[in-house]
Design a protein around this ligand. Structure first.
Ligand code: C2O
Ligand code: CU
Length: 441
């Protein structure tokens, strides 16, 4: 099929959004909906986003997972934030099939919490055939009894939110509270999950039924993997095959208790109900090999860089969430074509989901062991006191990039680093020493 240019108009704005019958919130979102519109295109297409900011504060859009030029990454390292009433055009080629997402990259703890996120689905030729393709975008909101966004409040609650990340008791799938999903018996469906929440760890369970994992952040994996539970941390995507189920069955899409070592008590929580109706013939074809993924590096590849995640007290701010002992850190540049083997060390006592902008990586070792299967990732959980080894290749997309913890409050509190991808390391190192962060502010 010939590559096309796919254009969408997206406006960020404020509107009333009904989470459940009679439960209306003052939301912020894209095109007056939560999630924003699903952007659909095919691998190789050019995506054009004509964006307008109708909020009364600046914003930008980050295209989480897309391997696009640095200038289109939507951070304030590479663009001037779009001011109220202003427009901006994002334009880039889509190099990979898979499930991606887009979200505000400005004042994220507030803008994303209120609904500024959406999903991008990029298709490609595949011999995988399913009976239906569904999207489940996970989120939660912390609301007051009269459906207002709860303020973080005074010192102690603010401190706790900075430490734990913001979790709320309003549980959403596709912007709705406790929806019922009707499916036919006998069907095998492709279910795409995106965790768009600020801090919630979602340990997926489908009423104890087994399912097959077929894709991760960067598209399909090599072979379907059977599982009964699956941890999806903030920023991550997973694709699975669900079903076939039996007529009359009913079960919850729920999250099992996961202790991420904060003051939030782990609980089992229901997000949606699945109701299985009458049987329908299946046309699904599930190949044993979904695709091939060439390994980037051996498990024992030499580590070129260590990145340390830690949490510590701060006289000024109460608590610092740190990268390499600094906040809003600056890491060394990397050279185009130089394979990067990084060791991510979580020295803290709680979990952090690590996200690398603009590039996929492969996990090559988790606490000394090989991962269960090979996959392209852009976000990976770092359990407390763990070391995860990743490999990634900086291709020819020079410019400013970043990595950070995807718990939004941790990112805001400093658990992030800027770095540059360059074609000449000597010059870049000289430049890095002069670079001041937030150059556009
Ligand atoms: Cu979805 Cu900077 O992240
Ligand atoms: Cu974190």
């Amino acid at each position: 099929m010939k590559a096309q240019t796919v254009t969408y108009k997206i406006e960020a704005g404020k509107f009333q959004w009904e989470l459940a019958p009679g439960k209306v919130i003052g939301a912020w979102g894209y095109n007056n909906q939560i999630p924003g519109p699903i952007l659909k295109a095919r691998k190789g297409d050019t995506l054009v986003i004509k964006f307008k900011n109708n909020l009364d504060e600046p914003t930008t859009i980050h295209w989480h997972g897309l391997r696009i030029p640095s200038m289109m990454d939507g951070t304030d390292d590479v663009q001037k934030p779009v001011l109220p009433g202003e427009t901006f055009e994002y334009r880039f080629v889509l190099p990979d099939a898979g499930t991606y997402w887009y979200h505000s990259h400005f004042n994220e703890p507030k803008q994303m919490e209120r609904g500024l996120y959406g999903v991008i689905i990029i298709e490609d030729e595949t011999n995988l055939k399913v009976d239906a393709d569904r999207l489940f975008v996970i989120d939660d909101m912390k609301l007051t009894a009269d459906h207002k966004f709860k303020q973080a409040g005074w010192f102690l609650p603010r401190f706790i939110e900075r430490h734990d990340g913001r979790e709320g008791e309003t549980l959403l799938i596709n912007g709705k509270e406790q929806p019922t999903i009707e499916i036919n018996a006998g069907q095998t469906e492709r279910w795409r999950f995106v965790n768009a929440s600020s801090a919630r760890y979602f340990l997926l369970n489908l009423g104890g039924k087994s399912f097959q994992i077929i894709g991760t952040d960067g598209g399909l994996i090599e072979n379907p993997q059977t599982a009964t539970e699956l941890l999806i941390t903030p920023g991550e995507r997973y694709e699975l095959l669900a079903g076939p189920f039996e007529e009359g069955e009913s079960f919850f899409i729920e999250s099992l208790p996961y202790n991420r070592m904060t003051s939030v008590k782990p609980k089992q929580q229901q997000f949606a109900r699945v109701q299985v109706g009458e049987s329908k013939a299946s046309v699904a074809v599930i190949p044993e090999v979904l695709r091939k993924i060439t390994p980037l590096a051996a498990q024992d590849a030499e580590v070129a860089r260590s990145v340390k995640f830690s949490v510590g007290p701060s006289l000024k701010r109460g608590l610092d969430l740190k990268i390499n002992d600094g906040i809003h850190a600056h890491d060394e540049p990397v050279k185009i074509g130089d394979l990067q083997v990084w060791e991510l060390i979580n020295a803290s006592l709680m979990d952090h989901p690590f996200h690398l902008h603009g590039f996929f990586f492969q996990v090559i070792e988790e606490n000394g062991a090989a991962p269960e299967y090979r996959a392209w990732k852009d976000t990976i959980n770092l359990p407390p006191k763990s070391t995860i080894k990743i490999a990634w290749m900086p291709d020819n997309r020079p410019g400013r990039w970043m990595y950070h913890c995807h718990i939004l409050e941790h990112h805001a509190a400093g658990m992030m680093a800027h770095f540059e991808v360059v074609d000449d390391l000597m010059n870049a190192t000289a430049r890095a020493s002069e670079y001041s962060p937030h150059q556009f502010h």
